[in-house]
Design a protein around this ligand. Structure first.
Ligand SMILES: *[C@@H]1O[C@H](CO)[C@@H](O)[C@H](O)[C@H]1NC(C)=O
Ligand SMILES: *[C@@H]1O[C@H](CO)[C@@H](O)[C@H](O)[C@H]1NC(C)=O
Ligand SMILES: *[C@@H]1O[C@H](CO)[C@@H](O)[C@H](O)[C@H]1NC(C)=O
Ligand SMILES: *[C@@H]1O[C@H](CO)[C@@H](O)[C@H](O)[C@H]1NC(C)=O
Ligand SMILES: *[C@@H]1O[C@H](CO)[C@@H](O)[C@H](O)[C@H]1NC(C)=O
Ligand SMILES: *[C@@H]1O[C@H](CO)[C@@H](O)[C@H](O)[C@H]1NC(C)=O
Length: 495
């Protein structure tokens, strides 16, 4: 990438005390400020920093024996609407006779980074494909659940960029060894679920669109726009000093800030990133935080009910464990459950889990960002962002001295019969504690307690059918069972 940090882009972070008891200390000092980690849904994937201070590594003595990932599609080209705004910025620039200086001296030579609109607009970029492939490689290495030659099935909402993310994930997950040309071994299947329709109800990776109440609880656009109006004008005024004969207005500022993340992932050009100052990026990011918090996240009173069925489905499979001889549906899902979907389908799972919404920093202020808030759009809905749940099997960690008997491979502590089971949450890599359930190794939650916690969350967020107002729809379903009962007639893509 051509991105270089200019001296303007350095910021001194205040000391942040780590709140988790096992670790004390503080992180502070001069840290390079990277706008690509503050671009909300336009951020290419990056590992979110640990907000809780919990170590990222699997705790000593534990192995993960089951995992579930709800994943946003990879980095993509713009939607038609944002592409139109790139084009009008371009024609505004091209129509003018002007001079540009300093950070804007590139404007006269800038062209929108789309060269084949019909195959690019709304589809993955090469970066998005690489993000998906990389996750596949990463999860094979992390878990080693399926052995060489074994097949893997994943689930995906059916919009093309989501299916393509699932396919590239599988290509990465199944990329080891000499299987590429073998038709019967190491094969992937993508279960393609209807995307953003109103007739699949809770049994979907896009459950919010079947919940009529959900839209009424969404107050995001007005809040995000009001916040943008509070800072974009001042930015326009500041950067217009670098221009003579061309006036950038506040909506152009929004387009230019979006172009930082998008152009970085499409062609590596980060010149728009260098135009703005750290405080301007933090305001830009906060508008997205408001957008997701009040749109599909904990600030929408119907969010938790729409995310809950999926959380419940995963929890039930974790309670059953990975080695089931009797499935409770017609299909035995693999120990790695992958669901690929859209940005707005991740915050409902955060709401159902009851995380990132601590009462001292919630609800988010419409006007004043609280730097202690946990809900950060950049740490969740960055491209290929995810919420992962891991089931851990843990025993006492190895003693400092370990004995070996000839011809006998020692069992890892977590693989022994006496191992206990725990759950942990990871969002874009970073572990997030389950509220009031951190007694396990590495502050994990004992599986039994996690199941009880999830049941309590279900009571608190409400049942899908009644909360969404679907009592009169005779075939509405409030449970997600697609992992174990693949709906009849579902398209299956074979790789
Ligand atoms: C800013 O200029 C663009 C043209 O680039 C125009 O479409 C838009 O309406 C203007 N916005 C405001 C807030 O004046
Ligand atoms: C640029 O000029 C073209 C041709 O005169 C016109 O159609 C277009 O609306 C102008 N665009 C802007 C953003 O002013
Ligand atoms: C793996 O998938 C291939 C292709 O669909 C199929 O022929 C083969 O039987 C599958 N193997 C197993 C073990 O299910
Ligand atoms: C789904 O949308 C259609 C078309 O807008 C509408 O007629 C139908 O009542 C909706 N169904 C549900 C269950 O909301
Ligand atoms: C519910 O009924 C509608 C209308 O007949 C149908 O389109 C839809 O697929 C059904 N949904 C479920 C989950 O059975
Ligand atoms: C988030 O916190 C706010 C304020 O405490 C509360 O009103 C809301 O119900 C919470 N959302 C969820 C999903 O728990």
């Amino acid at each position: 990438m051509r991105f270089s940090l200019s001296s303007r882009s350095r910021l001194t972070l205040p000391c942040v005390a780590l709140t988790v008891n096992l670790l004390s200390g503080a992180v502070c000092g001069q840290v390079a400020f990277n706008p690509l980690e503050h671009s909300g849904p336009a951020s290419p994937y990056f590992d979110a920093p640990s907000q809780s201070g919990i170590q990222v590594d699997t705790p000593a003595g534990c192995v993960v024996d089951q995992a579930a990932y709800i994943v946003r599609h990879g980095a993509r080209y713009p939607e038609p609407g944002s592409f139109a705004s790139w084009q009008s910025l371009f024609s505004k620039i091209q129509n003018a006779s002007f001079t540009a200086r300093g950070p804007l001296s590139f404007l006269p030579s800038w062209v929108p980074p789309v060269d084949d609109a019909s195959h690019e607009i709304a589809f993955l970029s090469a970066t998005g494909a690489a993000e998906a492939f990389g996750l596949g490689v990463g999860l094979r290495k992390r878990y080693g659940f399926t052995s060489g030659g074994g097949n893997l099935t994943v689930w995906s909402a059916s919009q093309q960029r989501v299916l393509d993310t699932a396919s590239y994930f599988l290509r990465g997950y199944l990329s080891q060894g000499s299987y590429l040309g073998l038709p019967t071994e190491n094969r992937g299947t993508v279960v393609s679920l209807p995307d953003s329709v109103n007739f699949t109800f809770a049994n979907s990776l896009t459950p919010t669109t079947s919940c009529p109440a959900f839209a009424t609880g969404d107050t995001s656009s007005a809040r995000a726009n009001a916040f943008r109006a509070s800072f974009q004008g001042a930015i326009a005024k500041r950067i217009n000093k670098f221009l003579d004969g061309l006036q950038i207005n506040s909506s152009d500022v929004g387009v230019m800030q979006d172009l930082c993340g998008f152009q970085a992932e499409i062609n590596g050009d980060t010149r728009f990133c260098d135009v703005f100052q750290p405080s301007e990026w933090l305001d830009y990011e906060y508008a997205d935080d408001l957008n997701y918090y009040y749109g599909s996240g904990p600030g929408n009173p119907f969010s938790g009910a729409t995310g809950f069925p999926l959380l419940k489905a995963i929890t039930d499979l974790f309670v059953l464990g990975p080695d089931r001889s009797t499935p409770f549906g017609s299909f035995v899902p693999p120990p790695l459950l992958m669901g690929f979907t859209h940005d707005n389908d991740l915050p409902p799972v955060i709401s159902a889990l009851g995380i990132w919404n601590d009462s001292d920093v919630s609800p988010l202020s419409p006007t004043t960002p609280n730097p202690k808030r946990h809900f950060r759009s950049s740490y969740l809905v960055a491209f290929r962002g995810y919420i992962a749940l891991e089931r851990l099997s843990c025993g006492a960690p190895e003693a400092p001295t370990v004995r070996h008997i000839p011809g006998q491979v020692n069992m890892q502590p977590g693989a022994r019969a006496d191992a206990a089971k725990f759950v942990r949450i990871r969002v874009n890599t970073s572990p997030v504690p389950v509220p009031e359930c951190t007694s396990g190794p590495g502050l994990t939650c004992p599986l039994e307690n996690f199941a009880k916690y999830v049941a309590k969350r279900g009571e608190s967020v409400g049942d899908y059918i009644t909360t969404c107002g679907l009592q009169d729809v005779s075939n509405a379903t409030g449970t997600a069972d697609f992992f174990t009962n693949i709906p009849a007639g579902t398209a299956m893509l074979l790789l």
